[in-house]
Design a protein around this ligand. Structure first.
Ligand code: 2P0
Length: 325
């Protein structure tokens, strides 16, 4: 096969990934757990280009250069080394998240790229193999291979650090985009600075693994309240850790904090809602489906609001059959 297309969706972590123990292999300091969404997918086509001199990468119809091209080309180098190929490729990618909306995700991007590139270069990978490969592009991409709730195991090396599905109760997410601008410090840079300078970095891997074990047991028990509590606590712990770097990094803005307060107020009125936020100011509210519309309406004063449901794992749209496992 010389061309393949794959589609993957972003994921939002309930137990966060923050920090690498191996930057080359992208092995995390602890496991994490996320929900893959059903909105804002990335669709990517990889076409082998034997006549070309170098890889090309087009994102939303625009030719990419600089760091984003370099990252895609480095990832293709990895795929080629596994496939025993030297053929350049043309990568065309479309992100349904509006450009600059702060929701364009390296998770959906590298999950789709890994799956399309593996098919185009003839690598025969099952879901676990795809998750390991996507991880090498961006850690969180390992989880976007998997439908619904995914646990990414820290593992003890490349072979055992992959994501797989976890049984969980039904949950929706209300995404509150309080600021569509670009984040001031990339998560990759911020993770490194946190590890090097925060006095609290030492406690993070152990406490995250504890939260992860509790979260998996809450998911298996179908206990939404426990899932929500762990989610909000772990998100705020991650932001506390990031803020303790030197120089400090603060992703949450006053408006983000106002959303956390509004969510706490909803809880006082008996609505089960829990907030989380990634490496940026936008807030995601975890709810049960019956509450999604009402919570979304309450959040409208803070920014653009979208409701997401659990989404599918990565899909190969043309070429070989869908990944198994
Ligand atoms: C997460 N984040 O678990 C956490 C929470 C951001 C905050 O995974 O360096 O883009 O490419 O492995 O996967 C963002 O990190 O970082 C992330 P790299 P990635 O979703």
């Amino acid at each position: 096969m010389t061309a393949a297309t794959a589609r993957a969706f972003p994921n939002i972590a309930l137990v966060k990934y923050w920090g690498k123990r191996d930057e080359e292999l992208i092995l995390p300091v602890a496991g994490s757990l996320s929900l893959t969404l059903d909105i804002l997918p990335t669709t990517t086509t990889v076409s082998l280009a034997p006549e070309a001199e170098a890889d090309r990468f087009e994102l939303n119809g625009r030719e990419a250069t600089g760091e984003s091209l370099r990252r895609v080309a480095a990832f293709l180098d990895l795929v080629r080394s596994l496939a025993g190929s030297q053929t350049p490729a043309f990568v065309r990618s479309r992100n349904e998240a509006p450009t600059g909306a702060g929701l364009a995700s390296s998770a959906s991007g590298f999950a789709a790229l890994a799956t399309a590139a593996a098919a185009a270069y003839g690598l025969d990978l099952d879901a676990r193999g795809l998750s390991r490969l996507a991880r090498r592009g961006s850690g969180s991409a390992s989880r976007s291979i998997v439908p619904g709730v995914a646990v990414w195991h820290a593992g003890d090396g490349d072979e055992t650090s992959f994501a797989e599905a976890v049984a969980a109760p039904e949950m929706h997410m209300v995404i509150v985009t309080v600021d569509a601008g670009e984040k001031p410090v990339s998560s990759r840079v911020a993770m490194r600075r946190t590890a090097l300078t925060s006095p609290f970095a030492e406690a993070w891997p152990r406490t995250t693994e504890e939260s992860l074990a509790e979260m998996i047991s809450a998911c298996e028990a179908g206990d939404f309240t426990r899932i929500g509590r762990i989610t909000e606590t772990h998100a705020l712990r991650m932001h506390a850790l990031i803020q303790s770097a030197d120089p400090p990094i603060r992703y949450l803005t006053p408006r983000s904090v106002a959303v956390f307060d509004a969510v706490a107020e909803l809880r006082e009125r008996g609505v089960e809602a829990y907030a989380t936020a990634d490496a940026g100011p936008n807030v995601v509210v975890l709810v049960q489906s019956a509450d999604a519309e009402a919570v979304a309406a309450r959040m409208e004063e803070f920014g653009r609001v979208q409701i997401a449901k659990p989404g599918p794992g990565v899909e190969l749209l043309e070429g070989d059959a869908s990944p198994e496992g």
